[in-house]
Structure formats: C-alpha cells, structure tokens
Design a protein around this ligand. Structure first.
Ligand code: FES
Length: 673
C-alpha cells in the first residue's frame, strides 16, 4: 500500500521549492539542483553532521546549521552561499588540513580525493593556522588496503559503513581529543581484527586514509577525471553484485560497489574482497599468442592458422577414426552462459564428443542425485531471502572465504535482527557471535544431519548422536539447542557449502533436502535450501546441461580433448586427472596454465574475465545478469565467438546462431526453461 507523503514548501537561495516532509535541507537543495559542499555525508550512509562543511543560514536560527542533518519545515528560508558561510567553511577546512598530514603532493590518493577537491573549490591556497605535527600509526598488515591515520579526518564514514552496510562494527572511534583515531576492534591491526577485508570503508573514505594497495598513486596529475566509469556486474561468486569499473587507457583502475541506502539487494551495493580486489591482481602469465608443445616438452608460439588447423584436424581425425566416444570436452563454469553454449555445441554437435563436463561436474551429479533421492526436483531458494529467514543453518562452509557476502549477511542477521544462525562445520567469522556453533570436520556432518533428522522426528529436543561423531558434552548440548531452535523456527533456510555438495554423498544431501522440506516451501514456492557452488556461473552451466550426469570412466580410451579455461585455478587438475590416456589435448585459456603445461599439447589464447561480455546466472539459478566488457584483450587475441566460429568451420559444423546476439538469446531461452 502506498503511503502518502506530505509536502513542504520552503525557499532556498530565493528559489521556492516543494519537497517531501522529513527530508534534510541538503536533500532538498540537491533535488533542486543547488550544490552544498559536504565531507562526512555519504548518500549510502546515515547522516552524522560531523564536519560542518554543509553549513547554511536558516532564518530564525542564530547560528549556521548543518544542512545534512537539519530537516526542512514549512516556510523555511535557507541561504546556502554568502561570504560569511564561505569564510566559515574555509576556516573549518583549514583546521581539518592542519590537524594531520594532508600534504597532497605526497599522498597516494592525490587526484582522487574529496578533501583535496574541496580545498580547490573553496580556494584554500594556504593555512592561517599552524599544523599540529602529531604523528599517528600506519597499518599495512592487510594484503589489499593501507590505513594511514595521518591522513584521516575523522569523518566517520568508514565507521558508519562498517556498521550500517557490512554489519560488522569492526571500525570505531578510539581515544579522546587530539589522540582520537579510527580503531579496529580493541585497537588491533586490520589483519588481527575481525575485519572482513571487503573494502567498503576504503570506498567511502574521502581522503587518502584508506588506500587500495594495488592502485595507489594512480590519480596523480588529475588523471581521475579521465577515468571511464562503467556500470556492470561481478561474476566471481554468483551473487552478481553490481559494480562500477573505472578504466583509463585500457587499465583497470578500481572496482567499486554501487552503494545505496536501498537498492533492492540485501547487500546495499557492498562488494566483497574478491569482487573489489581480485581483478586488480596479476592473475598469471598472459597468453597472447597460440602455442604448441614440442615432443621435447618445450612450448613454441604458432600462428592462428596453424593452431586452428592443428586442433580442428586432431578432433576431426579422432572423430572419423575412433568416433566421438574417444573425445572429451571440459569447461570452467566461471565463464559466461554464451561461452558455455558455444563450447557445448561445438563439442557435442561439432565433434560428437561422448563426454562433456565442467570442472564442477562432481557437485552437479551429487545435487542431481540428491534431488532424485528425494523423488522430486527442488528449486533452490534465492540467496536474497537470507535476511528474511528466522533461522539459517550453514553446513560445512567457511562462507567468509567462498562467499564473503553471505557471511556478511549472516553476521548482520544475527547482530541486527536476532536471526538464529547455526554453523555446523569448520571456521567462519560468524561463530563468535552465534550460540549455535558446532565446529566439526566435514566428514562428521552427514552424521549430524542424520541425527538432526531423527531428533526432529522424535521428541523435538534432539536425536541420538552416533558415537562416531565424537562430540564432547558441550557440543552435544549445542547440538540439542540447534535441534530445538530448528523445530521452533517458522521460516528457516539451509545453506550447504560447496565442499559438502562435492562429497559425492547424495544420500546425505537428500537428507538435507528432506529436512528443508519439513518446514514447507518458501513464499515463492522454492525449497528452503541454497547450495553454494564452486564457480561464478556454476548454476548457469548446470542449467545449460554442460555438467555431465555421468562420471567419467575409462582412463585410456580418450584420444582427443578440448579444455576451456577461465582464470588460473589449480582445481582443473583434479578434473583432468585420468583423462590424458596418451591422446591430444588442447586448451583455450586467457593465461598460460602452468599447472597443466605438461598435460596439454596446444594452447589457444582467449580474452580474460573483464575483456569479454556475456550473461551470468546467479548461484541460486534465480537471476541472469549481463556483464559488460571493461577492457580490450591484448592485440592478436581472438574473442571466444571468433575462436569457436573458426573451429566450427574447420570441422564442418554449422551452429544455429549467426551472431553473438543470437547466441545470447539462445542461452537466455535455455536458462529460463
Ligand atoms: Fe554535513 Fe559533514 S556534510 S556535517
């Protein structure tokens, strides 16, 4: 139901404006195109009124007021700029500059700094007060971020972001007066603290106090004004977080989350450390031309014509002489839906390959078998429902590593809404807060799930725990409390870790499916269950039928294979184990795959993660989002469309799509089925 909002009429700088009741003077001014400078205010955070840069004159008030915290009232008259207001703002800015080390020419953030911009805007070309010359510590313990307290202005944006967006409350104000600084937990370094390392604090910091170690000094000489912001999504872990990627001269400068107070997502535009920092790291040795391995094992570059002839020739020969039974294809499900369809169709229709799979086929088979065991297919719940659940049972996952955002949501749920969060399995940052924490090894979890199921069928206060679970008295008590809390919950949700889903124990997963069913379905008719998956587009790959329902067997029958890789990842090795069998293997990869360098015979370069567009499916299979291309691939690297088109021509295969757009439509149609 729509709530009616009353309107308020006021005058700002002589202009009569009509705004919603309850908004601040700052919001009213912005809505009407009137600029007021700010520092501590951030649109995604609560207002604090700490820096006083936004002061304005309000009729009836004997003093200037902070417009970011002052609500409008009917008939109010506001003046945002005159000589006196400017003088006051400039004086306050001088005090901020004098308080700590703000020598812009030595600052790694120079050129991309709100404090510096404000000094230019207010024409503050010198200080009329003396510097304090106090020295503060610098924290360089984190791999990604530096905290230099000497450049901090105590605006509190980071403290509010840590509490309001991340829900962690790791950052806080410590000490008093001139010794006041931003501390982490009980004055620990970033690495010692319970910080998630997501960098939201760094994104909202208006100065050089929190700096990205991978991209410091990038904005010197005012380069930041040439950065091209590109709105896209992150495809790293399947939550499809909206991002803004800043690019200059084909270099990725930084990735930011699209922070808002409400963006329809429970994370409010937060990014985890994977999405924010991983793409800035050097992922490996870039493959920028085709390569072939000689008999002696050394790698030599080849022409595109030669490599395409070699790879298509080998696949064609094997198909003609031995049939598709001797051909396999393996792909990384970190790739887009379009790339996966290209690969699948080329392998199954172009090469008649008998075995096509992804690197997470084991997980796919375990989950499919669990669905069969439960006698009916289940539709996973949306990860966005996590905040709505009254109890979440996280099984066998350190979500802080694989899905940091989910770990964050659980911490927030527990701290802010009293959500019951049970963690069964190895370490996760949530356990310090939750009374329902059972740190057992993954192999003991099937026993606990079995006991949970039996316990719920019985008295409701806990089942008999098998001796093999080896729980001490305290753990048994916690277990019984989990059983009790689950039996009392009305809207619970299970989250199963990717390692558990890969245990090849369908009976155990089927137990979880049936436990989730005990409380009925979610309001959207999905099961009360989310299965975390190994790669960013595993759910897409599974829906597109690329992961095989058969387990690979017959070590020596393979005579040719094609492997499609994403970013460097040693987990490829396990999937390739047993597939060699003396045959020819080619890999299409953005990087030189060092761990496979003695296992493959030919390498075809392809664009990396940010160099190709495509659609990705969320971890729960509920959504698909389009990822734009942020960077150009190195000269001489063909995109996936061109590579597969040329390979298809050479094996005489004509796919049913003529353009990337057609391919996208096909992928979308299949995903929606
Ligand atoms: Fe209003 Fe800081 S922006 S007080």
């Amino acid at each position: 139901m729509e709530t009616k909002v009353n309107k308020v009429k006021l005058t700002i700088d002589g202009k009569e404006v009509l705004v919603d009741e309850g908004v601040t003077i700052l919001e009213a001014a912005r809505q009407n195109g009137i600029k007021i400078p700010t520092l501590c205010q951030h649109e995604a955070l609560s207002n604090w009124g700490g820096c006083r840069m936004c002061v304005v004159e309000v009729d009836g008030s004997p003093k200037l007021v902070a417009s970011c915290v002052m609500p409008v009232r009917n008939g109010m008259g506001v003046v945002t700029t005159n000589d006196y207001i400017l003088e006051c703002r400039r004086t306050m800015l001088e005090f901020i500059f004098a308080e700590r080390n703000h020598y812009c020419m030595f600052c790694p953030q120079s050129g991309d700094c709100e404090l510096q911009n404000l000094a230019y805007e207010l024409q503050m070309d010198h200080l009329t007060v003396t510097f304090s010359f106090n020295k503060f510590p610098t924290d360089v313990t984190n791999e990604y971020m530096v905290i230099d307290h000497n450049r901090c202005i105590l605006c509190g944006r980071c403290v509010r972001a840590c509490k309001e967006i991340v829900g962690a409350s790791v950052l806080n104000f410590q000490n008093r007066g001139p010794k006041n600084l931003i501390g982490m937990d009980l004055n620990q370094s970033r690495e010692q603290s319970t910080c998630h390392g997501d960098g939201v604090c760094m994104q909202v910091c208006p100065t050089g106090a929190m700096v990205n170690r991978y991209r410091s000094h990038y904005a010197v000489k005012g380069h930041s004004k040439d950065w091209q912001p590109l709105e896209t999504v992150c495809s790293q872990c399947g939550l499809l977080c909206p991002t803004v990627n800043f690019v200059k001269d084909n270099n990725l400068i930084k990735i930011e989350g699209r922070l808002t107070r409400t963006n329809g997502r429970p994370d409010r535009g937060q990014l985890c450390r994977k999405g924010r920092f991983e793409a800035l790291k050097n992922a490996g040795i870039r493959l920028d031309s085709p390569m072939v391995r000689s008999g002696s094992g050394t790698w030599k570059t080849a022409t595109w014509d030669d490599i395409l002839k070699l790879v298509s020739g080998k696949l064609n020969d094997v198909k003609k002489k031995e049939g598709g039974e001797a051909i396999f294809g393996l792909a990384s499900s970190a790739l887009s839906n379009e790339e996966l369809v290209l690969f699948r169709d080329f392998m199954t229709q172009g090469c008649s390959a008998a075995y096509v799979d992804t690197f997470d086929g084991t997980h796919f088979r375990a989950v499919s078998d669990a669905a069969k065991e439960g006698k009916e297919a289940f539709r996973e719940a949306s990860w966005k429902m996590i905040p709505e659940a009254d109890m979440v049972i996280l099984l066998g996952e350190d979500a802080s590593q694989s899905q940091p955002m989910i770990s964050t949501l659980l911490g927030k749920g527990f701290l802010e809404r009293g959500q019951k969060v049970a963690v069964l399995g190895k370490t996760d940052p949530v356990p310090p807060y939750t009374p329902y924490y059972l740190p057992v090894v993954d192999s003991a979890l099937p026993l606990l799930v079995g006991a949970l199921k039996t316990g719920l069928k019985g008295s409701g206060d806990g089942g008999k725990l098998p001796a093999k679970a080896r729980l001490d008295a305290d753990a048994v008590r916690v277990f019984h409390e989990i059983v009790k809390a689950f039996s009392e919950s009305a809207n619970p949700l299970f989250i199963v870790g990717e390692k558990l889903a890969g245990l090849e124990d369908p009976a155990f997963l089927a137990d979880i499916v049936s436990l989730a069913k005990q409380k009925g379905l979610c309001p959207d008719k999905s099961s009360r269950l989310i299965i975390l998956k190994p790669r960013g587009n595993s759910a897409g790959a599974w829906k597109l039928g690329i992961s095989s329902s058969k387990k690979i067997s017959g070590k020596s029958k393979w005579k040719a294979g094609l492997v499609l890789l994403g970013e460097p990842d040693d987990s490829y090795l396990a999937a390739l184990e047993g597939l060699k069998g003396g045959g020819f293997i080619a890999a299409i990869s953005p990087y030189f795959p060092e761990s496979l360098s003695d296992k493959v015979d030919a390498l075809i370069p392809k664009p990396a993660w940010l160099e190709e567009e495509g659609t990705f499916t969320s971890v729960d299979g509920h959504e698909t989002a389009y990822k734009q291309k942020s960077l150009r691939a190195p000269a001489g690297v063909m995109d996936s469309w061109e590579i597969f088109k040329k390979l298809a021509e050479r094996v005489g295969f004509k796919p049913g799509y003529r353009s990337w757009k057609d391919l996208s439509k096909k992928a979308e149609h299949e995903i929606k089925k």
